[in-house]
Design a protein around this ligand. Structure first.
Ligand SMILES: [Zn+2]
Length: 246
C-alpha cells in the first residue's frame, strides 16, 4: 500500500492570534479583516484537551498516525516568549502521552512562527509575510538562535530533541539547514525542496498537510473524519519521517 503521512501544523503558534489579513482587495482596513468573509486567517483559539481527544479517537478508528508540528514559543504583544508546555500545560501533557503511545510524532514547527517584533496586526495592511520565521534575509544568527531555543524547549518538555523540522509557511534557506544540523534535525518536510547534503528533504507529494485552523475555525471534526476515512481506504497512514525512503 502507498504510504501517506497526515500532518497538522501551527500547534502552539501565536500566529493564530496575530496573523490577521484579508484576501479581498481593500479589506485590510482596520477591523474589516477580523470579520468573515473578509478575514483570511486569525484570530482563532488553540485546540483544547477535549478536541485533541476527538482527534485521537479518529486516528485510532482508522489506524492512522499523525505528525504534529509544534511551534515551541508563544510570542506575546511585548515580545516575551512563553514555552509551549507553560502556555498550554493540559494540551502538552495529552500530546506527550500520545507521543509515548505511538499515535503521534512531534515535529519542530519553528520557535516563533514569525519575525519577532513584527508580528502584531497592522492597521492598514496584511502582516502575513511576518508570520514566517526563517527568511533568508535574516542573519544566520537568528536562524541558529531560533532553532537552538526551540529544540531546547522541546527537549525540556519531551526529554529528547525531535529530528523533523517543518519550516513555517515552507520558508527556509541554507542558513536554516546549516543551523538545523547543529541541533539534531535530520529531516525537513516542505514542498520547497532545497538540495543540501547531510539533510534529508521530504517533499509534500505524499503528505496530507492541514492546520489546527482547519478543524477549529473552518471545517470541523466531520471534515477531518471524512478525509482520514477516505485516505485510509487505500493507503498506509504513517508519520512524515516514515516517508524518508519513498
Ligand atoms: Zn505554520
Amino acid at each position: 500500500m502507498k504510504k501517506i503521512a497526515l500532518r497538522i501544523d501551527d500547534i502552539g503558534a501565536s500566529s493564530k492570534k496575530y496573523e490577521v489579513y484579508s484576501n479581498y482587495p481593500f479589506c485590510n482596513f482596520l477591523f474589516i479583516k477580523y470579520i468573515y468573509p473578509f478575514k483570511a486567517w486569525g484570530p482563532y483559539n488553540e485546540l483544547t484537551e477535549d478536541e485533541w481527544k476527538k482527534i485521537f479517537d479518529i486516528l485510532v478508528k482508522y489506524n492512522a498516525k499523525l505528525t504534529v508540528g509544534i511551534t515551541s514559543s508563544w510570542v506575546t504583544e511585548k515580545n516575551e516568549l512563553i514555552p509551549f508546555y507553560e502556555k498550554f500545560p493540559n494540551q502538552s501533557e495529552i500530546l506527550k502521552n500520545a507521543q509515548k503511545n505511538g499515535l503521534i510524532d512531534i515535529a519542530n514547527h519553528g520557535n516563533l512562527h514569525c519575525v519577532l517584533g513584527k508580528h502584531l496586526p497592522l492597521p492598514f495592511s496584511s502582516n502575513r509575510k511576518y508570520h514566517r520565521e526563517f527568511w533568508d534575509y535574516l542573519e544566520y544568527d537568528v536562524h541558529d538562535k531560533n532553532l537552538k531555543n526551540s529544540q531546547n524547549i522541546l527537549n525540556n518538555w519531551l526529554g529528547y530533541k525531535p529530528t523533523l523540522l517543518i519550516p513555517p509557511g515552507n520558508v527556509y534557506s541554507i542558513k536554516t539547514v546549516k543551523a538545523a544540523l547543529k541541533y539534531s534535525i535530520e529531516y525537513i518536510n516542505s514542498y520547497n525542496t532545497i538540495p543540501y547534503q547531510r539533510i534529508k528533504i521530504i517533499n509534500n507529494n505524499n503528505v496530507f498537510a492541514f492546520h489546527d485552523k482547519d478543524i477549529k475555525a473552518i471545517n470541523g471534526f466531520s471534515w477531518l473524519n471524512k478525509n482520514i476515512k477516505k485516505l485510509a481506504q487505500s493507503n498506509d497512514l504513517v508519520f512524515v519521517k516514515d516517508l524518508q525512503h519513498e
